[in-house]
Ligand binder design. Structure first.
Ligand SMILES: [Fe+2]
Length: 214
């Protein structure tokens, strides 16, 4: 990621130099196509694959882990293989995925301090704030303050660990299953799993209070 991204503070290419970056990006693509590194069709297919994924996909993986302890073991041990059981796979360029389980002892939160590395193969594109300089710098120094801004405060007894993603290693945070969800189906549980909770800046949503049945 370029130094200009650092300077504009948001990791965005849409500042005053937008046309410069658009031109540079086009030139890079043209060069890569010319050199046979990839074809325009492959580039389009990669973009389409990214757009086909959203946090709903990650939520399916999390909900399955909540209801199936054996799947959870496999997911944590070798996530690259376990996600294939649900029809997902890592993009060719990413070699490793790590699944970090949040517990009553430790709470993980993911960041890419350098740019915007993110488990796109399961979660789709990252939110803008994840790419922003403010998050990338602040979550490392004071993760609890950042989580508080998301409305989330892990208990003081819980150790908070910040995981720094790289081009080769992406993190999927496995949020804790909320209490009082024993009666819920896997599909209903997936509704409680948010993008934020899979980055670790919040926990999963609490279930809506059950309506009183007679
Ligand atoms: Fe990165």
């Amino acid at each position: 990621m370029s130094s200009a991204d650092e300077q504009d503070g948001q990791g965005s290419h849409h500042g005053v130099n937008a046309s410069y970056y658009a031109l540079r990006s086009e030139a890079l693509v043209a060069l890569c196509v010319e050199k046979g590194i990839f074809t325009e069709e492959e580039l389009e297919a990669t973009g389409a694959a990214l757009d086909a994924r959203s946090p709903k996909d990650g939520a399916r993986v999390v909900a399955r882990a909540w209801v199936d302890p054996e799947f959870k073991k496999r997911l944590i041990a070798v996530p690259e293989f376990a996600i294939q059981e649900l029809g997902y796979s890592l993009h060719e360029t990413v070699t490793r995925l790590a699944v970090m389980e949040n517990t009553d002892m430790v709470h993980y939160v993911a960041v890419c301090t350098l740019c915007s590395c993110y488990p796109r193969s399961i979660l789709g594109r990252p939110p803008d704030w994840y790419k922003g300089f403010a998050y990338r710098s602040r979550v490392v120094g004071n993760p609890r303050a950042v989580m508080r801004e998301f409305g989330f405060e892990p208990d003081k007894s819980i150790e908070v660990r910040v995981m720094d993603s790289t081009a080769d290693l992406r993190y999927l945070i496995l949020p804790r299953r909320p209490a009082n969800t024993e009666h819920m189906s896997e599909e209903e549980l997936a509704e409680l799993v948010t993008q934020e909770s899979m980055i670790g800046v919040t926990g999963a949503l609490e279930p809506k209070p059950a309506t009183v049945a007679d």
